[in-house]
Design a protein around this ligand. Structure first.
Ligand code: ZN
Length: 84
């Protein structure tokens, strides 16, 4: 299936208010889909040892990413999987 057809199918099946673009791969994304991540800004306590940080006063941004793209980014594989 070509990229264009996927785009058309996406536009036909996802209402505009639920459409966004993945910040990581640049492909269209349905913000209601399972595993979708929303970008959040907040305050993280600095600890010398690292690990287990919580975010205080999180502010959600209008930025979204596929769960698998976030997984790839977490593993440092994003560059290889980039599609555009
Ligand atoms: Zn993505």
């Amino acid at each position: 299936m070509s990229r264009l057809n996927e785009d058309e199918e996406f536009r036909a099946s996802v209402p505009e208010r639920f459409r966004s673009k993945c910040e990581l791969c640049g492909n269209p994304l349905d913000i209601r889909a399972d595993g979708v991540h929303q970008r959040t800004s907040g305050w993280v306590k600095n600890r010398s040892g690292g690990g287990g940080h919580g975010v205080s006063v999180p502010e959600r941004e209008n930025k979204w990413a596929h769960g698998y793209c976030v997984d790839n980014a977490t593993r440092g594989l994003l560059r290889q999987g980039r599609m555009f």
